[in-house]
Ligand binder design. Structure first.
Ligand code: BMA
Length: 320
């Protein structure tokens, strides 16, 4: 139900311009946040240089497939005021909320991974608003509207140490806030299914509002294979008024590593969905069931892939 673009991988290291001194001859570009803004498709890419330093770069496209990467590294104004060392910034998710655009990203720091929040109105300047998590958390994503008077986000505390790899987690939580800056965890939403495709999980792109519920794409990691973890994409449907209620959750993944650029690379066997654009909405802001959906994902932590579906097909997949 997800069809890969014939142009995949749509972005790879050769598409990233050299920026002296931090981004010269980069190693990889992956895990993009995505949004449609003024008719253009915008991606915020995770770029890694040969020092294995990670930062965010922006790409733009008129058709959602052919992207041009801008020749500057995204600067989050105000981030320089954080006194603690920030090793990496990565895995940005973009959400339109109250006519502004918010970027939620992961920051590796000495005491674990934190969520950083930035705001932009035009994708030219970004204002850093603060660190909005406590403890070790990743895969934060904001809902595109207030629900019952509160801002909501999904996030994923890191509680599981992958063998030989990073810390991960097996429960996605719902957190709420009055002001986008101070957050508290409300409830857990869904947990990994031990033995199956999604043992560890984390949210992907910003959830999409449909008449049937919030369409929520997430990644699942199968950890029970001897040689490597397998990162796949799956889908669930969350209640519109209380997104901690899971209305449906697909038994099967909707995208798994199959192509060479997903099977091999910096980290083998990874598809990691982090951006999604739905083309058509009705007058009340619900995604149309026949609308095309573009899912942008990182492949093997090395390149960017695109896979296309429809709202209807994704909802059906959540019920299978
Ligand atoms: C996760 C994150 C992602 C990465 C994935 C696969 O823990 O670090 O950014 O794509 O692992 O390596």
């Amino acid at each position: 139900m997800l069809t890969r673009s014939v142009k995949n991988p749509i972005i790879s290291r050769k598409d990233v311009p050299n920026i002296y001194p931090n981004a010269v001859d980069v190693s990889s570009v992956f895990n993009p946040g995505a949004i449609k803004y003024n008719g253009k498709y915008i991606l915020l890419l995770r770029v890694q240089n040969r020092g294995r330093e990670t930062f965010i770069m922006q790409a733009e496209s008129a058709n959602g497939v052919d992207f041009k990467v801008a020749d500057k590294i995204v600067v989050f104004n105000g981030l320089e005021k954080i006194k603690e060392k920030i090793y990496h910034i990565y895995d940005a998710r973009i959400t339109k909320l109250e006519n502004k655009y918010y970027v939620l990203f992961a920051m590796d720091m000495d005491d674990g991974c934190k969520l950083g929040l930035a705001k932009t109105e035009s994708f030219e300047e970004y204002e850093f608003l603060g660190i909005i998590s406590e403890g070790d958390v990743r895969n934060g994503v904001l809902f595109p509207e207030k629900i019952n008077g509160k801002y909501l986000r999904l996030d994923r505390p890191n509680k599981v140490q992958l063998e030989g790899g990073p810390s991960s987690g097996n429960t996605i939580c719902l957190s709420e806030s009055e002001d986008l800056l101070k957050w508290k965890t409300v409830k857990s939403v869904m947990s990994g299914r031990f033995h199956y495709w999604d043992e560890n999980i984390g949210s992907g792109p910003t959830p999409i509002k449909t008449r049937e519920g919030w369409l929520h794409i997430y990644h699942g990691v199968a950890t029970h294979f001897a040689s490597s973890n397998i990162y796949q994409a799956g889908v669930s449907l969350l209640d519109l008024n209380d997104p901690s209620i899971v209305l449906a959750r697909g038994r099967y993944n909707i995208l798994e590593p199959r192509e060479m650029y997903e099977l091999t690379g910096q980290v083998q066997n990874v598809v990691f969905p982090s951006g999604m654009v739905v083309e058509d909405y009705d007058d009340e802001g619900f995604a149309l069931t026949d609308s095309k959906v573009l899912v942008y994902y990182g492949a093997a932590d090395t390149v960017v892939g695109l896979a296309v579906s429809t709202v209807k097909e994704l909802i059906e997949a959540s019920k299978q």
